[in-house]
Design a binder for this molecule. Structure first.
Ligand SMILES: [Fe+2]
Ligand SMILES: [Fe+2]
Length: 401
């Protein structure tokens, strides 16, 4: 089976190895090379030994050579975003997902897993599959970058944050912090609004106002967090809303950046990964809606009944998991069921700022933020250099009136 695998066992796990595929492939080409065709159609293949992708040729015949500076910058930012997503998801999977050869690490936490299963009995499977998807996202993007002469992204040196001490978690350095989160839940009301759109400057109320009024764990910090029951359930509920918050971000990020991609194949990469983020978001939105109303007895965090006054109705009703149609591009057009936001100006920096404000990187070094900010700045500087004039202007910004 042809597979791209990243090594998850400690430092250097972002480093790709390619197990090369058929004997024909291996015999026909110099060691360390692989055809673009086989890369794209067989997914980087196997066989005798591993091949360093850094020496792959850049773009094949018929292309304009390597990636444009802008396309590389967009792919590099997305790779970083996916590495960060993966780091968060891996922490969830160790404690409440299925640990197997597809997503190794961790041994599971039975009580936390049971609390998550209140949201849906298949939560462990969904957490596992979401985690595996994120691994493949950054692994593919890094391999694609290298195959076309671009620089892959590694954030390994910033894996400095502590792991949960609860039963089930690996004790390794982390990039993200799931233990001091201020979870933004405006995505809930944003996707239920029929007349507002963040691309028009609109703002949205929180579904769970308490979650942005402090810092809360989305995973048990130690086994002491496994009781009392409503405290543990509050942690599981927090995870339910946090998972959706992360994935709605990816759902917007890909179409936002795709508007400034130049090469049609790079566009294909973004258009093919982006919708999987929407599939994740859709799932998590449905699960978050099953979070039982409660008050955490240890800190007063309230999860309201979103189906009862003063909640309920179109803005909060839990079974409204399809996007309500809303204004798009210009108010003169009829409303449309869409991803929102998708404005392209400053999309990468917006994502960094948003995630930082939610506490996902609490404890990270100044250097980490500098690196992430630079990746975002370069991605936001990218401009579509398309064939129709190439005036250097991005296509975004419209509709932000
Ligand atoms: Fe992803
Ligand atoms: Fe994702």
């Amino acid at each position: 089976m042809n597979k791209v695998r990243n090594d998850t066992r400690g430092p250097g796990r972002d480093r790709l190895t390619i197990r090369s595929g058929t004997p024909e492939e291996n015999g026909a080409r110099p060691a360390g090379t692989i055809s673009r065709r086989s890369f794209l159609h067989t997914g980087l293949a196997a066989g005798a030994g591993t091949v360093a992708v850094g020496v792959l040729p850049s773009r094949a015949e018929g292309r304009r050579g390597g990636l444009t500076k802008g396309d590389e910058a967009i792919l590099r930012f997305l790779s970083a975003a996916e590495i960060l997503e993966t780091d968060a998801w891996q922490q969830y999977n160790e404690l409440c997902g299925i640990q197997d050869s597809e997503v190794p690490g961790g041994t599971g936490n039975a009580l936390y897993t049971a609390a998550l299963s209140v949201l849906d009995s298949d939560m462990a499977q969904y957490v596992h599959d979401n985690t595996e998807d994120e691994f493949t996202h950054f692994t593919f993007i890094n391999a694609y970058l290298m195959a076309h002469g671009g620089k892959p992204v590694s954030l390994d040196k910033y894996r400095t944050l502590p792991s949960s001490k609860a039963t089930g978690a690996q004790q390794i350095g982390r990039l993200t912090n799931l233990m001091k989160l201020s979870v933004d839940t405006t995505w809930w009301t944003r996707y239920r609004s029929r007349n507002k759109n963040p691309d028009f400057g609109d703002t949205f109320p929180q579904a769970v106002p308490g979650l942005v009024m402090g810092q809360f764990p989305a995973i048990p910090r130690t086994d002491a967090d496994l009781a009392p029951l409503d405290h543990l359930q509050a942690i599981a509920n927090t995870a339910g809303f946090h998972c959706a918050m992360i994935e709605q971000g990816g759902t917007s990020l890909y179409p936002s950046l795709a508007q400034r991609v130049t090469d049609t194949e790079v566009l294909r990469v973004l258009l093919s990964i982006g919708p999987t983020e929407a599939m994740h978001f859709q799932t998590w939105q449905d699960k978050a809606g099953n979070a039982p109303p409660l008050t955490d007895p240890t800190n007063g965090l309230v999860f309201p009944d979103l189906n009862s006054p003063p909640f309920g109705g179109e803005d909060f009703q839990t079974n409204l998991i399809m996007p309500e149609p809303t204004i798009f591009l210009d108010r003169k057009f009829p409303v449309c069921s869409i991803v929102r936001p998708t404005g392209t100006e400053g999309a990468a920096m917006g994502a960094v700022k948003f995630l930082t404000e939610t506490g996902l990187f609490v404890g990270q070094s100044a250097e980490f933020f500098a690196v992430l900010t630079e990746l975002a700045r370069e991605a936001d500087a990218a401009r579509n250099e398309g064939d129709q004039g190439g005036d250097g202007e991005g296509r975004g910004g419209k509709g932000r009136d």
